[in-house]
Design a protein around this ligand. Structure first.
Ligand SMILES: [Zn+2]
Length: 137
């Protein structure tokens, strides 16, 4: 399942970073999840907790807390260079939900607010980032 695969990747890279930082125990990981990332948050959090609980290696994850913060999507027009976020394109609620449900439909709904071009890229708000890792030596 997508959420489990992603959770495994997050735990693996958090462990790698923690080892590099010389941590013996990881106590808190803060993740930023792009608002265009299609993810069942409940399943994702459950998967992270289960993986942390069952991990018996070093550094320890036994008292790990995982915080999740949303990351706003930002778009950039390839024609005129304007940047904007979801607050701007004037989507009604139904379109907003459709875009969230399937980010690939974004291009069907969103136009540059400056020049009305549909040719834009997503520069932020996709994917899952490890924002910070806290722990003890
Ligand atoms: Zn434009």
């Amino acid at each position: 399942m997508h959420e489990w695969a992603l959770a495994e990747a997050v735990i693996a890279s958090a462990l790698e970073e923690s080892r590099k930082g010389g941590l013996g125990e990881v106590t808190e990981i803060t993740l930023r999840i792009g608002e265009l990332q299609h993810l069942e948050l409940e399943i994702f959090k459950f998967a992270l907790d289960e993986l942390a609980k069952s991990y018996a290696g070093s550094p320890s994850l036994q008292s790990l807390k995982i915080k999740i913060e949303p990351e706003q999507a930002i778009f950039k027009c390839r024609v005129c260079g304007a940047e904007w976020d979801f607050g701007d394109p004037g989507l009604d609620q139904k379109e907003y939900e459709a875009v969230h449900f399937a980010p690939e439909v974004a291009h069907a709904y969103i136009r540059c607010p400056s020049c009305k071009s549909p040719d834009f890229e997503v520069i932020q708000g996709r994917g899952v980032l490890i924002h910070s890792i806290k722990g003890k030596q």
